[in-house]
Write a protein that binds this ligand. Structure first.
Ligand code: THU
Ligand code: ZN
Length: 319
């Protein structure tokens, strides 16, 4: 028994010093009081992948750095969160909301599943901002140009025209600089609107007071599904009783759409939780949607937490 305690103790020490070395290695060039402040923010139990505007201003003024420079300083820290068991290619991104907050994003791959389940770091940063109530992002930084798939994803934003893509090597870009002949919502007769404030007016088929069900309904009400109208949302409870939400987010080119399960895994991950802490999952969606999330969610859960059963709850739209 004693050996087990010693082993656990050593593991905790090893693990904590390991992750701390990483942060201080990345920030080795900045004064130690600022480095300590940044480490404290990230190691806080309530950290959810956000640097709030007050902290951003503090870092910027202490280091005499522009917002772009702060975003480049923090980008390698969001990369630490990447989960890329298939490619081992870790990507970190950062975006800034109109509130002045900065949001981490990191790529996620599901071992054993189709590559289509991959969430890119840029997508993760955008849904992180959205889940924290932002309706507009001004800047995104992934160290250069996002890939074609991400440009297509970003082109769905309600403010795609004004988004600035930071290029730490030189002149910044807009989406239209890099996506010269875009395909977007307008091609399908939709006025683009990912991240717009919306309520889909969904109500449950059978009333419920269960917190997790109501959180999933709320997520479905936040979802963006102008093409299939298959509004859906997910809520996950972790073993410590915390609840995380995932909204479904469609894209005009369909494939870069984000399933609610990918969204919620990203939120969990950026909050420092591991996937095996998931204890309960509720998916709310419209019955007989042209596009359903049920099989996708089950496939992902089967790979990460095979013992957790999916609870599907149906809703309908009040017209
Ligand atoms: N990836 C990103 O996260 N962003 C990009 O713009 C390029 C690619 C990720 C996706 C996948 O997890 C891994 O990098 C290899 O493509
Ligand atoms: Zn990409």
């Amino acid at each position: 028994m004693k050996f087990i305690y010693v082993y656990i103790f050593q593991f905790v020490i090893l693990f904590s010093t390991h992750s701390q070395t990483k942060i201080s290695d990345i920030l080795s060039d900045i004064p130690s009081h600022v480095e300590k402040r940044i480490e404290a923010i990230i190691n806080d139990n309530n950290f959810s992948g956000v640097f709030y505007s007050g902290d951003v201003e503090y870092i910027s003024s202490e280091l005499d750095m522009s917002l772009y420079q702060v975003m480049e300083l923090l980008r390698p820290l969001s990369r630490i969160y990447a989960k890329a068991p298939i490619s081992n290619y870790m990507v970190g991104a950062l975006c800034s909301g109109s509130s002045g907050n900065l949001y981490f994003g990191s790529n996620i791959e599901i071992l054993g599943e189709s590559l289509s389940f991959t969430l890119h770091a840029e997508q993760s940063a955008v849904v992180n901002a959205w889940s924290h109530g932002e309706t507009n992002i001004n800047f995104i930084n992934v160290g250069g140009s996002p890939c074609g798939y991400c440009l297509q994803f970003l082109n769905e934003l309600n403010h795609a025209d004004s988004l600035i893509i930071i290029n730490p090597q030189g002149k910044n870009y807009t989406i239209s600089d890099l996506l010269t002949f875009p395909f977007g919502p307008k091609n399908l007769g939709i006025d683009g609107g990912l991240m717009s404030k919306n309520n889909n007016n969904l109500i449950l088929e059978n009333d419920s007071r269960e917190r997790l069900v109501l959180a999933a309904l709320n997520a479905a009400n936040m979802s963006y599904a102008p093409y299939s109208k298959g509004y859906s949302g997910i809520a996950v409870m972790t073993e410590d009783g915390n609840i995380f939400q995932g909204y479904y987010a469609e894209n005009a080119a369909f494939n870069p759409s984000i399933s609610p399960i990918e969204f919620v895994l990203s939120s969990l991950n950026l909050s420092g939780k591991s996937f095996n802490q998931i204890k309960k999952v509720v998916l709310v969606e419209k019955r007989s949607s042209k596009s359903s999330q049920i099989n996708t969610v089950k496939a992902v859960l089967n790979k990460i937490v095979p013992n957790v059963k999916l609870n599907v709850v149906y809703c309908h739209k009040v017209e």
